[in-house]
Design a protein. Sequence first.
Length: 166
Amino acid sequence: MDTDPGSSSRRRWLLHSLQASFAATVAAICYPVLRFLRPRPATVSGAMEVVAPFRVNQLPNAPGNPFNFGGKPCLVVLTPEGEKRLARGERLQPGDIRAFNAICTHMDCTVHYRPDHGDIFCSCHNGVYDLNGHNVSGPPPRPLETYKVTLRGSPGQEEIVVSRTS
Ligand code: FES
């Protein structure tokens, strides 16, 4: 039988220390997992209307795409249908060129267009969006914000005017 009062208080102190370090370990494991899974609030651009720093005939691999749209990156996509029309020298149709807030809705990485896959890709955690901006696989919890596109100028060399829809 232990009659030393100091030994009992040491045992209590040791037990509290073990409990505290266990709680800290659980928190250190859970916090990044919860942060990874938790949907983030939308990151919205402050701009209303911006002319892209490239023209239609420079797409799909225009330098400077995504470009700065009121402090947020804006990605302009020439759809495969639009690319065919452009190659045939035809006038583009509404929807052939699309624009999106290029910030991934998962954890704010910048997304890119992958013409070879026909999708929009986030390389941070392999998030995939379709060409309507809908999240189709991987962790992104929401679609990309879409912008309105207006073309100005002579066919094939139009300026691309991007504006917010709301
Ligand atoms: S930031 Fe995680 S998939 Fe884009």
